[in-house]
Ligand binder design. Structure first.
Ligand code: ADP
Ligand code: ZN
Ligand code: ZN
Length: 732
C-alpha cells in the first residue's frame, strides 16, 4: 500500500491495520507514530480492553487527527511472523473461512500471543584474552576450574547447558572464571550439525526412495512414501533429514499426536543431537516459546511436532515430512479447523521444496493423488529379508463366544506366548470397565444428563463417566429407577479385559495402557521401558499403543472387539478401521520371531477382512475409492459442513434451514438436508448439521465466499453456536 505519512506537527503519524484475536473477519485500523512493518505485534485498545494484535497492513493512508485510536506499544523490533508465514496463514484463513485474527493467533505459541518476548539464544561462554593466555599450571590447585577452562578452550564456545553437563561443580567453577575476567558471556552460535550416530545401511528400496527425494531438493515435489509397518520409513526420514541438514537446511517433521513417542524423538535426537526441537500439546508455554524462537532464529535443525508445528517459522526450511499422513489428529476438530497435512503440502509448494507423506495406510485423498500421478509414489513393500509381516487369524465370536472380551483361542494364544517368554498386546479402543450399566428389571441404562450418550462404568474408581462431556458421578449400588440390586455391566473396556486376563492367566504380568492409567508422556515412557526390559508379559491398551512403538519381543496382537467401526455411519469409517487394525497389527513380529494377529469379530465374512489379512492396502483402497466415487464423497467431492448447536432444541435446525434458503442455487453445488448430528445432544447443547459439496474445489470455495459471511446476518444466529468445517474429517 502507498505510504503517505503525514507530519502532525513534528511527529510522523501513520495508520496501520491490525489483526486481533477475535472471531471477526475484518482487521482494525489504528494510528501509530512509528511505521512498524507487517508481522510485528502491537498493543492496542479495543473497546474497553487492551489486546495484542499483529500488524497486517502498514503503513496505510494517514488518518485525520483523532479519527483512529492510537497504538499503545509496538512490541517487536523485527516481524514475529515472516512474510512467508503470513502468506500461508492468510491462505488458510481464506480457505477454511475462518477469521484471520484467530488464525494468526492459533499459529503463535501461548506466551507470544500474550505479548511476551521470543526466547533469546541460550547463554554461552568463551574465554577472554586473559583467560586464553593462562598457563595450565595456573589451575594446579583448582582442578574443577581447570577442567571447565580446558573444556571451553577446546570447544571455543560452550552453552550453559553444556557447562552443566560437565558436572555439578562446573557452574560454580564457571562463575569463578567469569569473576576473575578469564571467561565472558557471548551468544550461542547457530548450530550446524553433522550426524553423530552412524546410520544403518539402507536397503535398496529405501535408498531409491531417498535418491528420488534428494533429486528434488529445492523444488516443490510431493511424495507418498507407502510402506508397510516396520518397513523402515523412519530410517528414510532420518536419512533425508541428514541430507537436508548437510547443506544447512532445516527440516520439519509432522507426526500425529500419539505418534510422537519418546522412541521416535530419541531416534531423531540420536542422529541430530541438540538441534532437534519438539513441539506437542504437552509442552509448557515456556518450552513452546523457546522451541519456536529457536526455529525462527535458525538454531533448530529439525523440528518434530504435532499439528500446529506446521506454522512454525523456519527460514531455511528444506524438507517437510508428514509421518502417518492419514492420521485424524492432523485435522483440528474445533475452532480454526485446519488440516496440518494439507497446509504442509501448501507450505512446500509456496516454499519450493520436497514434501514426503509417509504411511502404511495412506488417506484415500493422498493415495488417489499418487495413483493419478500428482504425487510420486515411493514404495517399501516389505520389512526386509529377515523379518516378515505377521499372520492374521480370525476368531468368529458367534461360534466361539468371548467372556469379558477373551475368547478361548485368544487365551490359548496368550498362554503359548507366556510359555515361550514372548510378549502380547491386546487392543481395545475403549477405556473403562464397561460402556453400559443396565438394569435387567426395568431396562434402565445409565444415561448422561447432558448428552445423548450412555455413561461408562469405571469400576476401580467406582464412578460412572461420560466420555463425551466428562460428566462424572458415583457408581450406584442399585437401580435408581426401580431399586433392583443387580445391575449388569454390559460390554467391555480395557479395565475389564485387564481384570479378566489377571484371572485367566495369573502368572502373567499385565500392564494396562490408556488415558486412565497413563497420565502423561513421562509415565508412558516408563511403561515402554518396562516393556522393553521384559518386565511385562501382556499389554492391554487403546490406540495409545497402536503407533510408533517397536517391541522386538512382541509376537502376538489380539484385537478384542474389531466390530467397533464396522458399521460406522461416517464415510471414513472403513478407512479408519483398516488403518487402525493395520497399525496395531504392525506391532507384532518386529523382532526376529514371526508374529501373529488374532482378530475377534462377529462378522468374519465382512469384505474388509480379506485384504486386511494380507495387509493389502491397495486392494482395500481400490474398492473404497470406487465406493467413494459412487456415493460422491471425498476424494471425489469437496465438502464443507455447517454445524450448529444451541441450548434450545429447535434453534439449530431453524438456523440451518435459513442458511440453506440463503444458499444461492448453483448447478454444481449440492446442498444436503438439515440433519441432527450423530450425537444429537452433547454437554447440554442440541446439535444439527448441513453438508455442502461440489465436485470442484474452486466452485465450492467461491460459493462459500459469498455464503459464509451472510450466515451471521440470519435472524437469531447469535443464539446459535455455528461453525463451518471445510474438508471435514468426519461428518459426525
Ligand atoms: P517404519 O517407520 O516403517 O515403521 P522403522 O524405520 O521404524 O519402520 O524400521 C523398523 C525397524 O527396522 C527399526 O528397528 C529400524 O531401525 C530397522 N531398520 C529399518 N531399516 C533398516 C535397514 N536398512 N537396516 C537395518 N535395520 C533397519
Ligand atoms: Zn431398574
Ligand atoms: Zn455427557
Amino acid at each position: 500500500m502507498e505510504y503517505r505519512g503525514r507530519s502532525g506537527g513534528r511527529k510522523l503519524i501513520v495508520a496501520i491495520r491490525v489483526s486481533l484475536p477475535l472471531p471477526l473477519h475484518q482487521g482494525f485500523d489504528y494510528e501509530c507514530d512509528s511505521a512498524p512493518p507487517v508481522g510485528v505485534r502491537v498493543r492496542v485498545p479495543f473497546g474497553r480492553r487492551i489486546l495484542t494484535g499483529v500488524v497486517i497492513e502498514a503503513p496505510a493512508v494517514a488518518p485525520l487527527p483523532g479519527a483512529l485510536r492510537r497504538v499503545l506499544a509496538v512490541i517487536d523490533e523485527r516481524p514475529l511472523l515472516t512474510p512467508d508465514q503470513l502468506t500461508l496463514l492468510r491462505f488458510a484463513a481464506d480457505y477454511y473461512h475462518h477469521p484471520l485474527g484467530e488464525v494468526l493467533f492459533a499459529a503463535l505459541p501461548g506466551g507470544l500471543k500474550r505479548g511476551r518476548q521470543p526466547a533469546a539464544a541460550p547463554q554461552a561462554y568463551r574465554l577472554t584474552a586473559a583467560g586464553r593466555a593462562l598457563p595450565e599450571e595456573a589451575f594446579a590447585r583448582a582442578r574443577r576450574k581447570g577442567a571447565v577452562w580446558q573444556a571451553i578452550k577446546a570447544a571455543g564456545v560452550l552453552t550453559a547447558s553444556e557447562i552443566k553437563a560437565l558436572g555439578r561443580g562446573a557452574p560454580p567453577a564457571l562463575r569463578a572464571l567469569l569473576t576473575a575476567g578469564h571467561a565472558e558471556c557471548c551468544e550461542a552460535p547457530p548450530v550446524s550439525m553433522v550426524p553423530p550416530t552412524p546410520p544403518v545401511r539402507l536397503r535398496p528400496e529405501q535408498a531409491a526412495a531417498c535418491a528420488a527425494v534428494h533429486a528434488a531438493a529445492g523444488v516443490f515435489a510431493p511424495f507418498l512414501l507407502f510402506g508397510v509397518t516396520g518397513s523402515g520409513k523412519t530410517e528414510v526420514y532420518l536419512e533425508l533429514a541428514a541430507e537436508a541438514r548437510a547443506t544447512g537446511g532445516q527440516v520439519l517433521v509432522l507426526v500425529p499426536e500419539i505418534g510422537l513417542t519418546p522412541q521416535l524423538v530419541r531416534r531423531f535426537q540420536a542422529r541430530f543431537g541438540d538441534t532437534v526441537g519438539v513441539l506437542h500439546s504437552g509442552c509448557t508455554d515456556a518450552e513452546r516459546v523457546r522451541v519456536w524462537s529457536a526455529a525462527a532464529a535458525g538454531r533448530l535443525g529439525v523440528l518434530v511436532g504435532t499439528r500446529s508445528a506446521v506454522f512454525a517459522p523456519m527460514q531455511r526450511l528444506a524438507l517437510i515430512i508428514v509421518d502417518e499422513e492419514h492420521d485424524a489428529s492432523f485435522k483440528q476438530q474445533e475452532g480454526f479447523r485446519y488440516h496440518a497435512r494439507d497446509l504442509a503440502v501448501l507450505r512446500a509448494q509456496r516454499g519450493g521444496l520436497p514434501i514426503v507423506l509417509g504411511s502404511a495406510t495412506p488417506s484415500l485423498e493422498s493415495y488417489r493423488h499418487a495413483c493419478e500421478g500428482r504425487y510420486r509414489l515411493l514404495s517399501l513393500p516389505t520389512r526386509g529379508p529377515d523379518r516378515t509381516l505377521p499372520a492374521v487369524r480370525f476368531v468368529d465370536l458367534a461360534r466361539t463366544p468371548a467372556r469379558d472380551g477373551l475368547s478361548g483361542p485368544l487365551v490359548e494364544a496368550l498362554r503359548t506366548r507366556l510359555g515361550r517368554g514372548e510378549q502380547s498386546l491386546l487392543f481395545l479402543n475403549r477405556r473403562g470397565y464397561a460402556p453400559v450399566l443396565f438394569c435387567p428389571e426395568c431396562r434402565w441404562h445409565a444415561p448422561c444428563d447432558r448428552c445423548d450418550a450412555r455413561l461408562t462404568v469405571h469400576a476401580s474408581r467406582a464412578r460412572l463417566r461420560c466420555h463425551h462431556c466428562g460428566h462424572e458421578r458415583p457408581l450406584p449400588a442399585a437401580c435408581p429407577r426401580c431399586g433392583h440390586a443387580r445391575l449388569l455391566r454390559v460390554g467391555e473396556g480395557t479395565e475389564r479385559v485387564e481384570q479378566a486376563l489377571r484371572a485367566a492367566l495369573p502368572a502373567a504380568r499385565v500392564a494396562r495402557i490408556d488415558r486412565d492409567t497413563v497420565g502423561n508422556r513421562i509415565a508412558l515412557d516408563e511403561w515402554l521401558r518396562k516393556v522393553h526390559d521384559r518386565e511385562v508379559d501382556i499389554l492391554v491398551g487403546t490406540q495409545m499403543l497402536a503407533k510408533g512403538h517397536d517391541f522386538p519381543h512382541l509376537t502376538l496382537v489380539g484385537v478384542v472387539q474389531a466390530d467397533q467401526g464396522l458399521h460406522g455411519r461416517d464415510f471414513r469409517a472403513d478407512e479408519q478401521l483398516f488403518a487402525q487394525i493395520v497399525q496395531v497389527a504392525g506391532r507384532a513380529g518386529r523382532g526376529v520371531r514371526m508374529g501373529e494377529v488374532l482378530i475377534q469379530t462377529y462378522h468374519p465374512e465382512h469384505p474388509i477382512w480379506a485384504p486386511l489379512a494380507r495387509f493389502d492396502y491397495a486392494a482395500f483402497a481400490d474398492v473404497a475409492l470406487q465406493e467413494r466415487r459412487a456415493t460422491g464423497f471425498p476424494p471425489y467431492a469437496y465438502c464443507a459442513l455447517l454445524r450448529a448447536e444451541a441450548k434450545q432444541a429447535d434453534l439449530p435446525a431453524r438456523f440451518l434451514e435459513a442458511a440453506k434458503e440463503l444458499g444461492r442455487d448453483h448447478p454444481e453445488i449440492v446442498l444436503g438436508s438439515v440433519i441432527p448430528a450423530v450425537l444429537a445432544r452433547r454437554a447440554g447443547y442440541f446439535r444439527a448439521q448441513l453438508l455442502v459439496s461440489s465436485e470442484r474445489r474452486g466452485i465450492l470455495q467461491a460459493w462459500l465466499r459469498s455464503w459464509v459471511p451472510a450466515l451471521g446476518e440470519i435472524p437469531g444466529s447469535t443464539a446459535v453456536r455455528w461453525s463451518i468445517d471445510v474438508d471435514p474429517y468426519t461428518l459426525f
